[in-house]
Design a protein around this ligand. Structure first.
Ligand SMILES: [Cu+2]
Length: 176
Protein backbone atom coordinates (compact mmCIF):
# COMPACT_ATOMS: atom_id res chain seq x y z
CA UNK A 1 0.00 0.00 0.00
CA UNK A 2 2.80 2.37 0.91
CA UNK A 3 4.58 1.59 -2.37
CA UNK A 4 1.39 2.25 -4.31
CA UNK A 5 0.94 5.62 -2.60
CA UNK A 6 4.53 6.60 -3.34
CA UNK A 7 4.02 5.61 -6.97
CA UNK A 8 0.80 7.59 -7.21
CA UNK A 9 2.49 10.65 -5.65
CA UNK A 10 5.41 10.37 -8.05
CA UNK A 11 3.14 10.07 -11.07
CA UNK A 12 1.09 13.07 -9.93
CA UNK A 13 4.24 15.18 -9.57
CA UNK A 14 5.46 14.14 -13.02
CA UNK A 15 2.09 15.07 -14.49
CA UNK A 16 1.89 18.46 -12.75
CA UNK A 17 5.53 19.57 -13.07
CA UNK A 18 5.35 20.94 -16.66
CA UNK A 19 2.30 23.12 -15.78
CA UNK A 20 4.05 24.49 -12.67
CA UNK A 21 7.12 25.42 -14.70
CA UNK A 22 5.02 27.27 -17.28
CA UNK A 23 3.48 29.42 -14.53
CA UNK A 24 6.92 30.62 -13.46
CA UNK A 25 7.22 32.72 -16.63
CA UNK A 26 7.72 36.39 -15.73
CA UNK A 27 4.55 38.40 -16.22
CA UNK A 28 4.84 41.63 -18.26
CA UNK A 29 4.16 44.84 -16.36
CA UNK A 30 2.90 48.32 -17.20
CA UNK A 31 3.66 50.88 -14.51
CA UNK A 32 2.77 54.59 -14.31
CA UNK A 33 6.11 56.40 -14.06
CA UNK A 34 5.58 60.20 -13.89
CA UNK A 35 9.32 60.89 -13.61
CA UNK A 36 10.56 58.58 -16.37
CA UNK A 37 12.16 59.95 -19.54
CA UNK A 38 10.01 59.57 -22.67
CA UNK A 39 11.19 57.05 -25.25
CA UNK A 40 8.05 57.60 -27.30
CA UNK A 41 5.34 60.27 -27.34
CA UNK A 42 1.71 59.73 -28.29
CA UNK A 43 -0.21 62.88 -29.14
CA UNK A 44 -3.66 63.80 -30.41
CA UNK A 45 -4.00 63.66 -34.20
CA UNK A 46 -5.09 66.85 -36.03
CA UNK A 47 -8.62 65.41 -36.35
CA UNK A 48 -8.88 65.78 -32.57
CA UNK A 49 -10.42 62.33 -32.02
CA UNK A 50 -7.50 60.01 -32.74
CA UNK A 51 -4.27 59.12 -30.99
CA UNK A 52 -1.10 59.62 -33.01
CA UNK A 53 0.43 57.20 -33.58
CA UNK A 54 -2.54 54.90 -33.00
CA UNK A 55 -0.30 51.89 -33.43
CA UNK A 56 3.07 52.17 -31.70
CA UNK A 57 5.83 49.58 -31.43
CA UNK A 58 8.28 49.92 -28.56
CA UNK A 59 11.08 47.93 -26.97
CA UNK A 60 10.96 46.05 -23.68
CA UNK A 61 11.61 48.60 -20.91
CA UNK A 62 10.56 51.67 -22.91
CA UNK A 63 8.49 54.50 -21.48
CA UNK A 64 5.58 55.84 -23.51
CA UNK A 65 4.33 59.37 -22.79
CA UNK A 66 0.89 60.58 -23.73
CA UNK A 67 1.27 64.32 -24.08
CA UNK A 68 -0.97 67.08 -25.37
CA UNK A 69 -1.48 70.71 -24.51
CA UNK A 70 -4.56 72.90 -24.75
CA UNK A 71 -6.47 70.51 -26.99
CA UNK A 72 -9.96 71.67 -27.96
CA UNK A 73 -11.40 68.51 -26.38
CA UNK A 74 -10.48 66.56 -23.24
CA UNK A 75 -8.94 63.10 -23.65
CA UNK A 76 -7.66 60.33 -21.41
CA UNK A 77 -5.90 56.95 -21.60
CA UNK A 78 -7.68 53.89 -20.20
CA UNK A 79 -6.46 50.33 -20.70
CA UNK A 80 -8.96 48.04 -22.41
CA UNK A 81 -9.51 44.30 -22.32
CA UNK A 82 -8.87 43.72 -26.02
CA UNK A 83 -7.53 45.34 -29.15
CA UNK A 84 -10.14 47.53 -30.81
CA UNK A 85 -12.45 47.15 -27.81
CA UNK A 86 -13.59 49.91 -25.45
CA UNK A 87 -14.22 47.88 -22.28
CA UNK A 88 -11.89 49.13 -19.51
CA UNK A 89 -9.56 46.48 -18.10
CA UNK A 90 -10.23 45.91 -14.39
CA UNK A 91 -7.30 47.28 -12.39
CA UNK A 92 -5.67 48.42 -15.62
CA UNK A 93 -3.72 51.55 -16.50
CA UNK A 94 -5.85 54.70 -16.19
CA UNK A 95 -4.74 58.31 -16.65
CA UNK A 96 -7.78 59.49 -14.71
CA UNK A 97 -10.16 62.23 -15.75
CA UNK A 98 -9.98 63.34 -19.37
CA UNK A 99 -8.12 66.60 -19.85
CA UNK A 100 -7.23 69.09 -22.59
CA UNK A 101 -3.64 69.04 -21.30
CA UNK A 102 -1.96 65.75 -20.42
CA UNK A 103 1.43 64.33 -19.50
CA UNK A 104 0.93 60.66 -18.64
CA UNK A 105 3.87 58.25 -18.63
CA UNK A 106 3.90 54.46 -18.53
CA UNK A 107 6.93 52.15 -18.54
CA UNK A 108 6.44 48.72 -20.09
CA UNK A 109 8.49 45.73 -19.04
CA UNK A 110 8.14 42.44 -20.87
CA UNK A 111 6.55 41.67 -24.21
CA UNK A 112 2.89 42.63 -24.24
CA UNK A 113 0.18 44.31 -26.26
CA UNK A 114 -1.26 47.32 -24.46
CA UNK A 115 -4.64 48.37 -25.79
CA UNK A 116 -6.39 51.55 -24.67
CA UNK A 117 -9.24 53.92 -25.29
CA UNK A 118 -10.01 57.60 -24.77
CA UNK A 119 -13.22 57.31 -22.77
CA UNK A 120 -14.96 60.53 -23.95
CA UNK A 121 -14.42 59.42 -27.54
CA UNK A 122 -14.95 55.69 -27.19
CA UNK A 123 -18.00 55.85 -29.45
CA UNK A 124 -15.86 57.58 -32.08
CA UNK A 125 -13.46 54.65 -31.97
CA UNK A 126 -10.62 56.57 -30.32
CA UNK A 127 -8.69 53.41 -29.50
CA UNK A 128 -5.01 52.62 -29.95
CA UNK A 129 -2.31 50.07 -29.26
CA UNK A 130 1.23 49.90 -27.92
CA UNK A 131 3.04 46.71 -28.89
CA UNK A 132 5.96 45.98 -26.58
CA UNK A 133 8.60 43.69 -28.11
CA UNK A 134 6.84 40.79 -29.75
CA UNK A 135 3.52 41.75 -28.17
CA UNK A 136 1.18 39.34 -26.38
CA UNK A 137 2.03 35.69 -26.69
CA UNK A 138 -0.58 34.33 -29.06
CA UNK A 139 -1.59 30.68 -28.99
CA UNK A 140 -1.19 30.20 -32.68
CA UNK A 141 -2.79 27.01 -33.90
CA UNK A 142 0.00 24.72 -35.01
CA UNK A 143 0.03 23.42 -38.53
CA UNK A 144 -2.15 20.35 -38.71
CA UNK A 145 0.24 17.44 -39.06
CA UNK A 146 -2.07 14.73 -37.81
CA UNK A 147 -0.21 14.11 -34.55
CA UNK A 148 -1.71 17.07 -32.65
CA UNK A 149 -3.98 14.75 -30.69
CA UNK A 150 -0.99 12.69 -29.61
CA UNK A 151 0.54 15.67 -27.76
CA UNK A 152 -2.28 15.90 -25.25
CA UNK A 153 -2.45 12.19 -24.58
CA UNK A 154 0.53 11.59 -22.23
CA UNK A 155 -0.82 13.75 -19.37
CA UNK A 156 -4.26 12.21 -19.68
CA UNK A 157 -2.79 8.72 -19.86
CA UNK A 158 -0.79 9.38 -16.68
CA UNK A 159 -3.92 10.43 -14.79
CA UNK A 160 -5.72 7.33 -16.02
CA UNK A 161 -2.77 5.21 -14.86
CA UNK A 162 -2.86 6.87 -11.42
CA UNK A 163 -6.56 6.14 -11.04
CA UNK A 164 -6.05 2.54 -12.19
CA UNK A 165 -3.11 2.02 -9.82
CA UNK A 166 -4.98 3.51 -6.86
CA UNK A 167 -7.93 1.27 -7.64
CA UNK A 168 -5.72 -1.82 -7.94
CA UNK A 169 -4.00 -1.02 -4.64
CA UNK A 170 -7.32 -0.72 -2.79
CA UNK A 171 -9.15 -3.69 -4.28
CA UNK A 172 -7.46 -6.56 -2.39
CA UNK A 173 -8.00 -4.83 0.98
CA UNK A 174 -11.72 -4.47 0.40
CA UNK A 175 -12.04 -8.15 -0.39
CA UNK A 176 -10.04 -9.29 2.60
CU1 LIG B 1 -10.44 61.64 -26.92
Amino acid sequence: MRTALALVTMLCLLTLAPAALAEDDVQPTAVVTPEAACDHVVRIAPSGIKFSPASLEVADGDTVCWQWTNESMAHNVVETTEEGGTTPAEGGIDSGEANTTMDFRVTFTGDQTFTYVCEPHASSGMVATVTVGEGDAVDEPEATTGDDEGEDTPGFAAITAVVALAGAALMPRRRA
